[in-house]
Design a binder for this molecule. Sequence first.
Ligand code: IMP
Length: 199
Amino acid sequence: MKAVLASHNKKKMAEMQAILSQLGVEVLSQADVGVDLEPEETGTTFEENARIKARAVMQATGLPAIADDSGLVVDALNGEPGVYSARYGGPDLDDTGRWQLLLKNMEGQTNRACKFVSVICCAFPDGSEVMARGECPGVVAQGPSGAGGFGYDPVFYLPEWGKTMAQLTPEEKNGISHRGRALRRFQEEWEKTRNGTDQ
Ligand code: IMP
C-alpha cells in the first residue's frame, strides 16, 4: 500500500519511514506526489492536530496519509510547550532558541519532570483512521548535552541512561522515544484494524 507522509521534517520522516517500511507501506513524501501542504495546526490536543494534518493531505492526494503531531510536555509549566512545541517563543526562534527559552523558563524550578508525546494518525480515503500515542518520560536538564536528534533533545535528560536524548544513537532513540513507541503501537493498531483490507 502507498501512503503519503504529511511531515516536512526530514529527521522525523526518516524515523517514521524506518518503521513504516516494516508494515509493507510504501512511503511517499508530499514532493513525490506534487503536493505542498502545511495545514494550520488549530487543534488543542496532539490527537486533533495529527488528524487535521493527515486528513488535509489525504483529501489533497486521494491517498492514505500519515501525520505525526508531537511535542514536549513540562509538568512545572502546566504542560507547556505541549502542542505549541514547534512554535514556542514565536517564529523567530530556531531549535536552539526554543530550548534556551525552555531552560530560562525553568530557572529555579525543582520539579523538572517532563515527557515527549507523539501521536501518529493515518487517514484513509474511506473516512476511517488508525491512531496511536506514545510517550517518553524524562527530566528537563540544567544545560544542553549531545549533538544528535533534533528539537529539545539536547535538554531532555533520561535518568536511567545518564544521558540526554541528543547523546543516544538513532537506534537507541527509536527504541525508547515517544515516536518509536507511537509507531510500534500504530503498527499493532494497523495490523488489528487493517488486516486484509490493504492489498
Ligand atoms: P510538530 O509535531 O511538527 O508540531 O512539532 C513538534 C515539535 O516538538 C518539534 O518541532 C520539536 O520542537 C518537538 N519535538 C517533537 N519530537 C521531538 C523529538 O523527538 N526530539 C526533540 N524535540 C521533539
